[in-house]
Design a protein around this ligand. Structure first.
Ligand SMILES: [Mg+2]
Length: 308
């Protein structure tokens, strides 16, 4: 998936059209740090040897061309300042990384939108390799666990999947300039219109896991906070991307409370019906907390929105 979106360039602050490939290319080539353009790779650098941002465009073009043609010389081309902020240079992404970590560990709760200063950070994370790798690792860990389960074969061993940002990805929607990876307040009307389109792609690691779990003999239960109004669209979307079968598809009715309350109630009903929840996977902590959470839970990353 090579998503296209309009974002603020990390290089010069202008709003530009970027793609997954484009972002990666920008990051790997150069970055402005403390108003100085520094190149990588090579050994430690001093900023005095980088290109001052206030240099005229003509001079900067000349210097860029010179730098590009002499990339092999460690004395001329210098290290991209690492995001860790080493060398005494604080990098703005550092705070956004801390923010994301706090979000993923459930230390930050009830946040309503991505901080404005983290829009670029979240965009790069979601469109870049890291998000995909993080999801793949969760899926791999889940499969390793599932392989070791002693399944009874009576059709009552189930795996609970959430849908949004767990099995289906809303990234094409969240990458829109009017959504800005969650840095603009949530608009239910716009989001619901996107759900109705039923064009969300599968999260690749989750789809592979889904297929492997079925082969192991587990039954699949989709338990989503999507309103029941969107059942037809969700079914169409799931089937279109490869989630073709399930034991149950549970959507949220009117007045069923918060995510934790609603999902706890539905899981309890499952277990009371004789099902055993062997695994439970979601992108929100409200998918995984409460009662009847299952024998083991797996948390997928989601720094774009919070559902309590
Ligand atoms: Mg979700």
């Amino acid at each position: 998936m090579d998503q296209i979106s309009q974002k603020r360039s990390s290089v010069d602050g202008r709003r530009v059209l970027v793609s997954k490939r484009g972002i990666s290319k920008t990051l790997s080539l150069y970055k402005i740090t403390n108003n100085v353009i520094c190149f990588h790779p090579t050994t430690q650098s001093t900023t005095s040897e980088c290109i001052p941002q206030h240099t005229s465009w003509l001079s900067r073009l000349f210097l860029l061309l010179t730098a590009t043609t002499t990339v092999a010389s460690p004395n001329i081309i210098h290290l991209l300042k690492p995001h860790s902020g080493s060398g005494g240079h604080k990098h703005s992404d550092l705070n956004c990384l801390s923010w994301r970590l706090a979000v993923e560990t459930n230390n930050l709760r009830k946040w309503t939108q991505v901080p404005q200063e983290c829009e670029d950070y979240v965009g790069h994370y979601m469109l870049g390799k890291q998000y995909r790798q993080d999801c793949d690792l969760v899926a791999a860990a889940a499969y390793e666990y599932a392989k070791g389960l002693n399944l009874t074969g009576d059709g009552k061993d189930v795996w609970v999947f959430d849908i949004d940002e767990t099995t289906l990805s809303n990234l094409p929607y969240y990458a829109r300039d009017t959504v800005a990876f969650g840095a603009i307040p949530f608009n239910a009307t716009m989001f619901n219109a996107w759900v109705e389109e039923a064009t969300a792609p599968a999260i690749p690691g989750s789809l592979k896991l889904y297929k492997k779990l079925i082969k192991l003999g587990l039954k699949i239960v989709f338990l989503t906070g999507s309103e029941d109004t969107y059942r037809e669209a969700r079914v169409k979307n799931l089937k279109a991307v490869g989630y073709t079968t399930w034991e149950k598809l549970i959507l949220k009715g009117a007045g069923e409370g918060s995510g934790v309350v609603y999902k706890s109630k539905k899981r309890k009903e499952l277990e009371e019906a004789g099902y055993r929840i062997r695994g439970n996977m979601g992108d929100q902590w409200s998918d995984l907390l409460g009662n009847n959470v299952g024998e083991r839970t797996f948390k997928l990353p989601d720094p774009m929105y919070y559902i309590g």
